[in-house]
Design a protein around this ligand. Sequence first.
Ligand code: BMA
Length: 826
Amino acid sequence: MRVLPLARSSWRFRDCSGSAWRPAVVPGCVHTDLRRAGAIPDPRRGTNEAALQWIDERDWEYAAEFEVDERLLAEEVVDLVADGLDTIATVRLNGSEVARTENMFIGHRWDVKALLRRGLNTLSIRFDSATRYVRTHRRSHTPRDINDPVGRCTVIRKQQCQFGWDWGPRYVTAGIWRDIRIEAWSGNRLAGVEVSQAHAGDGSVTLTLSPELARPERRATCRWRLRTGSRSAQSGSGTSIAVRGPRLWWPSGQGGQPLYDLEVEVATPQGAVLGRWRRRLGLRTIALDRHKDAWGESFQFVVNGRAVFAKGANWIPAGTFVAGLRRRDYERDLRAAAAANMNMVRVWGGGIYESEDFYDICDELGLLVWQDFMFACTLYPGDAAFMESSRAEAEHQVRRLRHRACLALWCGNNEVWSINAHELVDPAKRALRSNYERLFHRVLPGVVGRLGGAAPYWPSSPWRGDADVSHGAGESRGDSHYWDVWHGRHAVKEYEKWRFRFASEFGMQSYNSPATQAIFSHGRDRNILGASLETHQKNKGGNQVILDYVSRRYRFPRGQDALIYLSQLNQVFCVQTGVSHYRRLMPRCMGSLYWQLNDCWPVASWSSIEFTGRWRALHHAARRFYAPTVVSAHVPGDEVFGINNYRRSTVRLVHIHTCHDGPRPARAVVRWDLMHVDGRRIQGGRRRVVLRPMSSARQRTLDLAGPIAKFGRERLLLRIALDVAGRRVSEDTVFLTLPRFIDFPKARARIGLRLKAPGLAEASFTSPSFLHMFEFDFPGVRFTASDNFFELYPGEAKRVEVRFPDGVTLAALRRSLTQRSLADTY
Ligand code: BMA
């Protein structure tokens, strides 16, 4: 096959209503091209979003010239291949129409030989306004909109969150968003290979190759080569491979991620090569295990026969403009996920099927992928063309991703069932339900079943296998989204009310650090309630919700920076309460994916990583609460405000739990120390324990009624800790009242900074008294740290590694260093 890349041709674009041609980048989109041309201001800055909405009302044309030679034309078939067109496109070659497209998520292949000529050819692609399409198509489909402020984004197969979401701006893009090329071939073409794995009881693994050819060919033969790392290659012919000394791929934390390079060459009996197919594979089995048990029906991922507690977060697109995102754009946040001890990310259904880079990195890091199909929240149309387009989309994506080691699940949609259940079960609206069921219970699972490889299918998230959307149902089966905390403004304590089988969404917003806010706002503009920052808060009333939760827990802050810091502490408190509860519930609950890992632009959001890559306090905390072996406290009592605001507390017992999801048992020591806020140790204890693999256990219950009566709950801190082989693997501080009622001592930490290697320093922190959620920063320096937002206990040194960019000196670091803890916020 001959390949002529077209992305690197010199592309130009114009507004069809009459602007001049400007240079364009492919893959790319109109917004980034306009920005590059200096024709629009920075779409991320201030309130610019409102002024840039005209872009999606226009039609845009992209064009490029390319040379075709004799040899290419000598092939029998010459295909134009477009991996992704966004979205309502008319493709023309040398003035003649090739095709029209309406689905951003489908790859296209058109035989254009008849339209090509030797020498110079012109390819032009016109993108009609997607917002006009939405207004003029499927007009009888008028669902209740959840996230699209204008409405009806579900009538088009296009990245749904581009139309606006509760963490993302409305930028409805157009463009050639994935690779485009010419492929010329004769006789036949290898389209792909389906590889199935058979794992036998004795540990042997056999791969079966099923080549898929563009034309029927019964006598094609396969030659293959299989390699892993430096180990010697194995090669042979035929469609069956008995893997020599197979090494299994495991999710992060459970074992290694050996990846095999498989190369398959398919040829005719006469020896004419029809194509080569190269992919990286991981050898593993994966199942979604749903067996009847004491609580109802399990919902757990079983990898290589081992049930794995899924620890992770939800993934949204890595940028508002997804065209042209590169490996490094994904690597930053996925590495951060693995560094925070996650083993799963959920590619949420309002974004995109991610690029190969994304799944490459997940394969390498051992991050399982829960893959939604791209349908979210609002009801979808049910006409034949829509179904057909959705089927073609699913076939394209399933074929593309089915060989991935990381791929754990195909999920039909995000929340379409749960949000619309009342309508879907309404007998007067039968058609809605039958449309829904056709797509999510027949078309999509049909494709996965037919083409899918190993990964199972689940119709929606959340879903319980039947119509029931109550929390109670989630306690017995399926997966659950829990938004009573945040959207429902319920008490944080209510996380502990529900014993879900799998928590696939829950979360709390916080504000961006001032450093991230600075990339889109400045000076007087940078006020969380001003127009600029309100543009970067997409949840209606979101600021009020943050202020509400912050004010429940912390004292009135002295300024905006203190409020930002408190919002991040509150986010840690909420998400940690949820995650720790779900981990303690293991094996009843077998997964915790918080909302959300990343951001697509700088915004107040539920993410633990800011758009700039800076870790919010939550991401540092995630590294601790997702550690393989943790100690956590369950405090059954509560503090409530009654008539006339009198406060009553029933907090007295503290249950100390351990959770261990390592594959081997561990000997550990659980420790607890009750401290006075002034630093005195009042009482304490320790206990040797053996942690079984995949276990959660209550190790000890403390009754603190005595010390509470003697010292007052406002003056007590309970430090809990877990040591394995003499090393501290987990610790936390338990308060017996709200932090705003505790008189934390104010102190400055002594900080030492020592250069360990170029760009790497060790910082050590010591404080004379307890500092809660101690944060250090080097404003103006882009640094990363092995830890931050941690507890500093009196007189104990804490050491942290700090990486900083070239050209920054230790002296400059020292000069810029700042510190704070909770007591500094008021
Ligand atoms: C969830 C998601 C998103 C949304 C988030 C925060 O339910 O599925 O639709 O962004 O909540 O509201």
